[in-house]
Ligand binder design. Sequence first.
Ligand code: SF4
Length: 388
Amino acid sequence: MLLGRLAKSVISMKSKGEKQSADTQIQPGERDRTIAETLCAWFEKSARDLPWRKKHRDPYEVWLSEVMLQQTRVDTVIPYFEKFLKRFPNAQSLASASLDEVLHLWSGLGYYRRARELHAAAGEVVKRYGGTLPAEALELRTLPGIGPYTAGAIASMAFGKVEPLVDGNVSRVLARLFGVEDDIRGSVGSKKIWAIAARLVPKDKPGQFNEALMELGATVCTPKDPHCLLCPARHLCTAFEKGKQRDLPVVGEKAGVPTVSMVSLVLWHGSDVLLMRRREGGLFGGMWEPPMIEAASLEEGLVGFRKLGIALGHQKPDEMGQVRHVLTHRELVVNVASGRAGERFEMRGLTNEPYERASWSCPGTLEGGVSKLARKVLEAAKARGIAI
Ligand code: SF4
């Protein structure tokens, strides 16, 4: 009896003295459901009005917007999305266009591989599915450029399939909500995040929930200073409860990117510039640019240009300064040179080189894609008085 009374008083002291956490008050399954419902309700009220957010989501538009949004800000994407959709309203029109035209419309958006794969995938969609995207994530993933994230987005948002998705925003939100302390770039952390994402997707609103997670990450649960006081899920958030919002997610250091030295030649004749089209498949594949090669100095570059068959004339080109361009895995430092061509010669024999075609053109009127790096190079020459 005495032991029983003691045990009861210990239990009652514990329940009075300890503040129970949000984690323990709500059972795991119930907490998942509450998170999903809370975020869906918040999204219905607070979602930004974006051109691809229509009541009935078109799979092609979901696909296009998700591909464009990879590594790219919403504000940058909107005009490209509208222009692209006007010219290519469906997979058929995209598949039947030339890659040059697709890259031309994509020019400036960066990561041109996305455009090449989108074009190739549109061809596959027409050939294999008669122009309509398949609904299943696994089947979507057989198309060029469609990975687990894009497949999950199309399947859930356009077809209502119960599929998860994880991108940078979603990883951050879930790591904070669930207090995941593993590196989200590592395989253990990434697996945990995907497992949580899969567990949370509600059967009735999979697309809306996925979009709500991404929206929360983009607008409220931001990387540096999350706006927790505006967050609809703060009463459910482990990081908020523990004051760890700024410590999570844990993101492992990226290895430093190597620097690559290059030389680019802006060779002009009259009002035309020599532009060359990169062979498809490699870096900037299919894009037009002033010839550009890896070289430590202008002299080394000039030797390389001669090997490419570029007739430089007698005068040494003038140095126009340097431009820098950061890619995911390397930083390009390009020394720009410019000179007048002795004649408007024809390029021949480009079979084994990074380029497959050449043209004397006015860059503004070229029917093809021009990369941001190529624009920077042309701007550097213009800034030094070259009238192109
Ligand atoms: Fe992110 Fe703060 Fe909301 Fe937690 S409470 S999900 S840290 S914004």
